[in-house]
Design a protein around this ligand. Structure first.
Ligand code: NCD
Length: 360
């Protein structure tokens, strides 16, 4: 069964086709209004979300389908201790497709292995968020008119920001992309993303602390919220959260064609004074997210008619040799889930197949 857990589960050609479908849905909504008649999506949200959950639900409703689900772990059987595997098997009897958000990294992958219907990762801990990336890619392609030859700045929390990790991963497959990483020392991009994506793909990148220094070069500026919920030390969060605030004066030297993106929610990172600037794209990005989710639901339900067995983890998997050191990994809580690692030959390390953390 085909699921989308990581943005690299989709090829560039498939992403281009999803963009074309999303543009067509935007232009001809009536053509799609009954495409999912009789189908149900289950939105299983073990972590709070407004936008992403409602976006999946609106997407399915606009395709003529219906929605079941829950919006927090406390309102599901997880609060009774049910495993992700069992929840996915149960939901497979009720729905046709699952969108899952979970605070534990690798949970949607475990769901996809156990469900008999497609699973879409709607965000797992600090790990991945592929459908936000689809929204981001549609926005860049519409606003900048291309997905190659771009200088893309990421500003804010590059350590815990899963949308950043997924978008960098996606951009690594387009030509001539330069990445500018703007963050404080404490919130730099994790080493595994640098090793696995930037270095492996030979992408040009720089790391800086101030956005003013790089503003004139940027075609896209991707602002992010500091992810307070993932900090072990709340004082550290309070110290860092207002580190970058985009105000009109900071855009004085920016390009006229710059696109300013933000996955939202915004917590002060962009002044509301920017909202009327033609370069502000974050509310368009929300609509684009719904269009891309519609295109993805259509694609996965179509493919589910003739399911083929897909193994996301190719190559040898090593079991029983390492323990994942990541305390947010699904292996820390899931019943009888065996530790499993794959060899990353580019960096000569073993990585957890669920959350990609390096074995020690
Ligand atoms: C992002 C997320 O959930 O990771 N939001 C979203 O998908 N709309 C970003 C965030 O929460 O900061």
């Amino acid at each position: 069964m085909r699921s989308v857990i990581d943005i690299v589960d989709l090829t560039v050609e498939e992403i281009d086709a999803l963009i074309a479908t999303a543009n067509d849905i935007n232009d001809n909504p009536a053509k799609y209004a009954e495409k999912c008649k009789g189908k149900k999506i289950a939105t299983l949200f073990f972590e709070p979300s407004t936008r992403t959950r409602l976006s999946f639900e609106a997407a399915m409703l606009e395709l003529g389908g219906s929605v079941i689900g829950f919006s927090s772990a406390s309102s599901s059987s997880a609060s009774k201790g049910e495993s992700v595997a069992d929840t996915s098997k149960v939901i497979s009897c009720y729905a046709d497709i699952i969108a899952m958000r979970h605070y534990q990294e690798g949970a949607p992958y475990v769901a996809s292995v156990n469900a008999s219907i497609p699973v879409i990762n709607a965000g797992d801990g600090g790990h991945c968020h592929p459908t936000q990336t689809l929204a981001d890619l549609l926005t860049i392609s519409r606003e900048n008119g291309r997905l190659d030859n771009l200088t893309v700045g990421f500003c804010g929390d590059l350590k815990y920001g899963r949308t950043v990790h997924s978008l960098i991963n996606a951009l690594s497959r387009y030509k001539n992309i330069k990445i500018v990483l703007i963050s404080p020392e404490e919130l730099k991009l994790p080493k595994y993303v640098k090793d696995e994506v930037l270095d492996r793909c030979n992408m040009q990148y720089v790391e800086v602390c101030e956005m003013e220094d790089v503003m004139p070069q940027l075609d896209v500026l991707y602002m992010t919220r500091v992810q307070g919920e993932r900090f072990a030390d709340q004082n550290e969060y309070l110290r860092l959260r207002d580190r970058y605030i985009l105000t009109p004066d900071k855009l004085v030297n920016a390009k006229k064609e710059l696109s300013i993106l933000h996955p939202l929610p915004r917590v002060n990172e962009i002044s509301v004074k920017i909202d009327d600037d033609p370069r502000a794209c974050y509310f368009k990005q929300v609509k684009n997210g719904k269009l891309m989710r519609m295109a993805l639901i259509l694609k996965l339900l179509e493919e589910a008619k003739n399911p083929v067995k897909v193994d996301r983890i190719s190559g040898d998997v090593v079991k029983g040799k390492f323990v994942c050191p990541n305390h947010r990994c699904i292996t820390t809580t899931e019943q009888e889930l065996e530790q499993a690692f794959k060899y990353d030959k580019d960096n000569n390390v073993y990585r957890c197949i669920y959350c990609e953390t390096e074995a020690r």
